[in-house]
Design a protein around this ligand. Structure first.
Ligand code: AMP
Ligand code: TRP
Length: 330
């Protein structure tokens, strides 16, 4: 029996933060290494054009994300790692799916609303259509599973709707994908635990590339409440609870064990221990990334091979789609 297919992508727009890691990337690696899936991981460079960008920096950003992928543990021998824009079927399918996407569905997308607020000077049609391209990314590969953070759930729901609609109109063509979430599908910001950690608010992000001194500073400064007890209570104590989840993920301890380990120790002590835990755990990644990023030729080779594999799968699906809707039949 063929293994179920799994796909996910990340935009090459900046540095990877702890939210990306705990909500998505770390899970990519676990899922890949479980050997239960055929995995595709791509660099969503077309999606990244929806925000302001400099052409000169694009390649650097793409290679930087590729180095992140590899340093974290994605392995081209186990997963297809590729660049979205190198596989033209993504764009073609997005254009086709646009015609089956109700405007109303796109208008209620919270990511579109948030991004329009963050960058009111650049509310473009690409940003509005972003979820349709994302649906195309997924549907082209017959993916059953999509590991993402919870901010992408609305987009996945649209993907399922579009698959269902297309299938009922033109006959079974697409698989309806399901999300795979981690325990931390929404890591909160260090400077404001009521907001999610996000690249658009760098002050609250801990980046995987941050040097030890910065990690320490950011964790020590992280906003907590005015109490002292290390107790997990996301409603009443969102700041400390967020930090406890991070601690749990890197130490492997249960929340109750963390509570008893730090009983009567105070926030400063806990934060110091958390910073040390993070530094210890991120250092191997940082060292690996430094090595990998140096070898641009090898990174490009890996991506080119991945592009080819993805292209051969996606081409078959886009040909099937075109035929079903009455195109390409001469
Ligand atoms: P982005 O950086 O927004 O392109 O996100 C890349 C991946 O990380 C997506 O799967 C997001 O859902 C996930 N992600 C982004 N921010 C967070 C967060 N604060 N907590 C958990 N997952 C996140
Ligand atoms: N929209 C995702 C994000 O902002 C990135 C993405 C694009 C994606 N296409 C995808 C994720 C397909 C999963 C599957 O993080």
């Amino acid at each position: 029996m063929a293994k179920p297919i799994l796909i996910s992508g990340i935009q090459p727009t900046g540095k990877i933060h702890l939210g990306n890691y705990l909500g998505a990337l770390n899970n990519f690696v676990k899922l890949q290494n479980s050997s239960k899936y055929q995995c595709y991981f791509f660099i969503a460079d077309l999606h990244s054009l929806t925000e302001d960008f400099k052409p000169k920096e694009k390649l650097k950003q793409i290679l930087n994300l590729a180095a992140d992928y590899l340093a974290i543990g994605l392995d081209p021998a186990k997963s297809v790692i590729f660049i979205q824009s190198s596989v033209p079927a993504h764009t073609e399918l997005a254009i086709i799916l646009n015609n089956f996407t109700p405007l109303g569905e796109l208008k209620r997308m919270t990511q579109f609303k948030d991004k329009s607020e963050t960058a009111p000077y650049n509310i473009n049609a690409g940003l509005f259509n972003y979820p349709v391209l994302m649906a195309a990314d997924i549907l082209l590969y017959d993916a059953e599973y999509v590991p993402v953070g919870d901010d992408q759930l609305q987009h996945l729901e649209l993907t399922r709707t579009l698959a269902r609609k297309f299938n009922s109109k033109f006959g079974k063509t697409f698989v309806e994908p399901k999300p795979l979430l981690t325990e931390i599908s929404r890591l909160m910001s260090l400077d404001d635990p009521s907001k999610k950690m996000s690249k658009s608010r760098p002050a609250g992000c801990l980046f995987l590339d941050d040097p030890p001194k910065i990690i320490k500073e950011k964790i020590m400064k992280a906003i907590t409440d005015s109490e002292k007890e290390i107790v997990y209570n996301p409603q009443k104590k969102p700041g400390i609870s967020n930090l406890m989840l991070i601690y749990k993920n890197f130490s492997g301890l249960e929340l109750k064990e963390i509570e008893s380990r730090f009983a009567n120790k105070g926030y400063a002590f806990f934060k110091k221990e958390l910073a040390e835990l993070l530094i210890k755990n991120l250092q191997p990644f940082q060292k690996r990334k430094e090595q990998i990023a140096k070898n641009t030729t090898s990174l490009i080779e890996i991506l080119k091979k991945g592009n080819k594999k993805a292209e051969s799968v996606a081409f078959k699906k886009i040909t099937e789609v075109k035929k079903k809707i009455g195109l390409l039949n001469i």
